[in-house]
Design a protein around this ligand. Structure first.
Ligand SMILES: Nc1ncnc2c1ncn2[C@@H]1O[C@H](COP(=O)(O)O)[C@@H](OP(=O)(O)O)[C@H]1O
Ligand SMILES: [Mg+2]
Length: 279
């Protein structure tokens, strides 16, 4: 069993699967999209999935604060201390409302600024990833008829040739394009949501450059899975991305598998410095 800081992240697998099932049910029924104050989209599915996850965490981990995307949008953010959860009930809402499959349900446990355990679930793809950094346990599994199949251990691959990059489908901007060109990533796969971290964790890609802003709930679960699989997420100063920052706002970062230092270089040149990539 994967266990982080006395909390077994695997107890959240059931609620995460339930939350994912809810997002699919809403999509099948034809869900309406609203636009939030920050101009990002939100649906009833985001809120329903978040309610399932919050109820489960209140039951299974009472006393550990939870920072969740839709709660935060409504101005409800608890004080966080050394340990807290980050929840993004539907990452990739833009893809979700477009009818794409690249959206995920995300739960992460953060301890002393580091993402130490996480679950990423892609309901429309029927794939789940789980990682616990402290124990170095990372695995993925397919879901068949509502049941998780065999667990396959995750390990980043060592990148010997031309790196394969994964980049945002919805927020791929000139800064990202410049980075991809400068870093020599000939092959690029456009993927929405935290799936980008999961693909690197599973050795299906090498690097995820993100010069533009994201929120901590977007990245924490995927980042935990990636770190548990041997990968890294570095800020542009070369230090690991930390959590519990002001407003839970992430700076630019590069997540990678085999080569932690090489991919940062192109970000450090003036013409590819991160810009505000908000739409
Ligand atoms: N200007 C901005 N500031 C902060 N986060 C942003 C942003 N633009 C996009 N994002 C985040 O990027 C996520 C989507 O990532 P991607 O483009 O890789 O799929 C969104 O998650 P949500 O879909 O949960 O809102 C959103 O939180
Ligand atoms: Mg998100």
């Amino acid at each position: 069993m994967a266990e982080a800081a006395g909390f077994d992240i695997e107890v959240m697998i059931g609620p995460v699967l339930d939350a994912g099932a809810r997002t699919l049910a809403y999509r099948d029924a034809g869900v309406a999209t609203e636009i939030k104050a920050d101009e990002s989209p939100v649906t009833a599915a985001d809120r329903a999935a978040e309610a399932i996850l919050l109820a489960a965490l209140a039951r299974l981990a009472p006393g550990i604060p939870v920072v969740a995307e839709e709660e935060a949008s409504a101005g409800r953010v608890p004080e966080v201390d050394a340990r807290f959860f980050l929840v993004d009930p539907l990452d990739g809402t833009r893809e979700y409302v477009r009818g794409g499959d690249d959206f995920t349900v995300n739960v992460a446990l953060v301890e002393r600024g580091a993402p130490i355990a996480g679950i990423v679930y892609a309901p429309a793809r029927g794939r789940l990833w789980c990682g616990d950094v402290a124990r170095g346990v990372a695995w993925r599994a397919h879901l068949h008829d509502g049941v998780l199949g065999e667990r396959v251990a995750l390990k980043v691959r060592s990148c010997r040739g031309v790196p394969v990059a994964v980049a945002s489908k919805s927020h791929c901007t000139p800064a990202t394009e410049a980075w991809l060109k400068a870093s020599g990533c000939a092959e690029r796969v456009s993927v929405g949501s935290s799936l980008k971290f999961a693909l690197i964790a599973g050795g299906e890609a090498d690097v995820y450059p993100r010069p533009g802003p994201t929120m901590e709930w977007d990245t924490a679960a995927g980042d935990a899975v990636l770190r548990a699989a041997g990968g890294h997420t570095l800020c542009l100063d070369g230090h690991p991305l930390t959590y519990a920052k002001p407003r839970f706002f992430n700076p630019g970062f590069v997540a990678s598998g085999g080569h932690p230092s090489l991919p940062l270089r192109p970000f450090l040149t003036a013409d590819t410095r991160p810009t505000d990539e908000s739409e």
